[in-house]
Write a protein that binds this ligand. Structure first.
Ligand SMILES: Cc1cc2nc3c(=O)[nH]c(=O)nc-3n(C[C@H](O)[C@H](O)[C@H](O)COP(=O)(O)OP(=O)(O)OC[C@H]3O[C@@H](n4cnc5c(N)ncnc54)[C@H](O)[C@@H]3O)c2cc1C
Ligand SMILES: NC(=O)c1ccc[n+]([C@@H]2O[C@H](COP(=O)([O-])OP(=O)(O)OC[C@H]3O[C@@H](n4cnc5c(N)ncnc54)[C@H](O)[C@@H]3O)[C@@H](O)[C@H]2O)c1
Length: 482
């Protein structure tokens, strides 16, 4: 058994862990980075990048399919599934390669291979071969896809998003379970690439949306294109007798049972933080009801301990940018421990790369119903009649913007709409800058642009904010589906 003594031990060499490690090193500390899986990060290997590569191929196919509506006839659409997946894997490998190149430049003595578990509040045991004694520890162990054991029992044709990017060709039929971000992004991309896709949702939620009006718009817009099965329970999944597919038995909202054959079932029902194998009992920190360490989101410190948490492991907002920011804060504070200080937490921004894209930023509708009951107003724009959106034949979706009575401060927004990733950034920046709705309306708006739709929504919001707020009452419509 070897013993390593260091200032900061980081568990997990993903985005959050690498960010924490770099901060600790930049502070002049001896840091050790422990990883038991492949290097390359979830984002590059099986997350953000390969999923966006698949979506990019789907967008190309969709552009061809949509062209005749403009009087442009490019000829019959032919999708070469093997070529699509080859590009996805080739470009994915390129992104992973950049991470690996950076890893190769780190001092070899700082990199420890193996699975870390706590053996004390400041001590880790790595695979039974090394004990690491650290002044502070950063827990950046990421998350993993949830696939219920009963579904796994059906065999290898029940898979998570991790496996999709290893395909060498596109299958003929896929059942996607879950209407969250992964289900929507991958389900729509596969559909646009010619795969028969049915998307099963036990409730009627759509991606990260909470605003009932935007949710309703999203359901309607997406259902125009996708086979969306809302309020449908997956009753059982079993392998076909030939082993070449799966039978999915489901029960719809009318109680009717259905059994359908697919090549694969893609479980997209959420991700769980990697925390249970860490022997957290030895760490001496408080855990919440889900077993996740209780921590301060501004310092990422777990209680008053020398343990800091970052990235998907924190189960807060499992997004790349958050992992990088949280890792930075955790690494800096671990290096400075016990002199812990709050770090920058930005205005929350989430983007689902469906089409139309789905975006939330700032305070969402459900959160405002709790924190600002009777104290906030909303404005909206329906993209159906929005000039530039219609020019581009992308005139679908709804934006709702929220502002605070009295201060006139812009609080947040939810939307499904064209080029929403850009609108989302614009609005998130205004939110973080603390702008009032009036100040936002004083900004330039070109013509004809989609941002004019944002102005329409802001104008409506400004009108509401100029009136007396209605008497406080419970939000009548803030209970969207599960
Ligand atoms: C399909 C998909 C698409 C996504 N798309 C986007 C997107 O478009 N935009 C966006 O912002 N986010 C996206 N995300 C989310 C984003 O990828 C994650 O939030 C981010 O990668 C999390 O980084 P992390 O450092 O917390 O975890 P990871 O990168 O997973 O790193 C954790 C590391 O810890 C290691 N580890 C775990 N336990 C131990 C242990 N006990 N000992 C040693 N090592 C351990 C793991 O092997 C892993 O390497 C997507 C995710 C998925 C799955
Ligand atoms: N564009 C992006 O930023 C992006 C893309 C992909 C993933 N991600 C991240 O990855 C995380 C995980 O994505 P996800 O889509 O797996 O999770 P999610 O939490 O977004 O959605 C999971 C969905 O599955 C449903 N569900 C849960 N249990 C179920 C069950 N037993 N049967 C049927 N449905 C069930 C939930 O109601 C929900 O609609 C996201 O929260 C997001 O942070 C981000």
């Amino acid at each position: 058994m070897k013993t390593i003594t260091c200032d900061v031990a980081v568990i997990g060499a993903g985005t959050a862990g690498l960010s924490a490690y770099r901060q600790a090193r930049a502070a002049g500390k001896h840091a050790v980075l422990i990883e038991d899986g492949p290097y390359g990060t979830t984002c590059a290997r099986v997350g953000c990048m390969p999923s966006k590569l698949l979506i990019a191929a789907a967008e190309a196919a969709h552009a061809v399919a949509a062209a005749p509506a403009f009087g442009v006839h490019p000829g019959p659409l032919r999708i070469d599934g093997a070529a699509v997946m080859a590009r996805v894997r080739r470009e994915r490998d390129r992104f992973v390669g950049f991470v690996l190149e950076n890893m190769a430049q780190l001092p070899a003595a700082d990199l420890l291979r193996g699975r870390a578990r706590f053996s004390g509040p400041r001590t880790l045991l790595v695979d039974g071969h090394t004990t690491v004694e650290a002044n502070a520890i950063v827990l950046a162990t990421g998350s993993r896809p949830i696939v219920p054991a009963a579904w796994r029992a059906a065999g290898a044709r029940v898979l998570s998003s991790d496996a999709v990017f290893e395909w060498t060709d596109l299958p003929a039929a896929v059942a996607v379970v879950g209407s969250g971000v992964i289900g929507l992004e991958l389900g729509q991309a596969l559909h646009r690439l010619g795969v028969r896709v049915a998307l099963y949702a036990r409730g009627d939620s759509v991606a990260q949306l909470g605003d009932p009006l935007v949710l309703a718009a999203a359901r309607a817009v997406l259902a125009e294109e996708l086979d969306l099965r809302f309020h449908t329970q997956v009753a059982a999944i079993e392998a076909t007798a030939e082993g070449d597919g799966v039978l999915l038995r489901s029960q719809g909202p009318d109680g009717a049972a259905r059994s359908e054959r697919y090549d694969y079932v893609l479980a997209a029902i959420g991700r769980a933080p990697n925390i249970e194998d860490l022997n957290l009992a030895a760490a001496g920190i408080a855990l919440d009801g889900d077993g996740v360490p209780v921590y301060d989101r501004h310092t990422m410190q777990c209680g008053n301990s020398a343990i800091f948490i970052a990235g998907d492991a924190s189960d807060e907002l499992p997004l790349l940018g958050e992992a990088a920011d949280q890792g930075k804060i955790a690494g800096r504070n671990a290096a400075a421990f016990p002199a812990v200080a709050p770090g920058l937490r930005r205005t929350p921004l989430t983007i689902a790369f469906s089409e139309p894209q789905i975006v939330t930023l700032g305070a969402g509708y459900e959160a405002l119903c709790r924190s600002h009951e009777g104290r906030f107003a909303a404005g909206k724009v329906d993209f159906g009649d929005q000039g530039r959106s219609r020019v581009m034949l992308q005139n679908k979706g709804l934006l709702r913007v929220y502002g605070e009575y009295g201060s006139g401060r812009f609080l947040g927004a939810e939307l499904i709409g064209p080029r929403a990733e850009h609108l989302g950034h614009l609005l998130a920046w205004a939110c973080q800058a603390g702008l009032t709705v009036r100040a936002m309306l004083d900004m330039p708006f070109y013509h004809p642009v989609i941002e004019e739709g944002v102005r329409t929504a802001l104008r409506e919001l400004a009108e509401h904010l100029a009136t007396t707020p209605p008497p406080a009452q419970p939000c009548p419509d803030c209970t969207p589906g599960t």
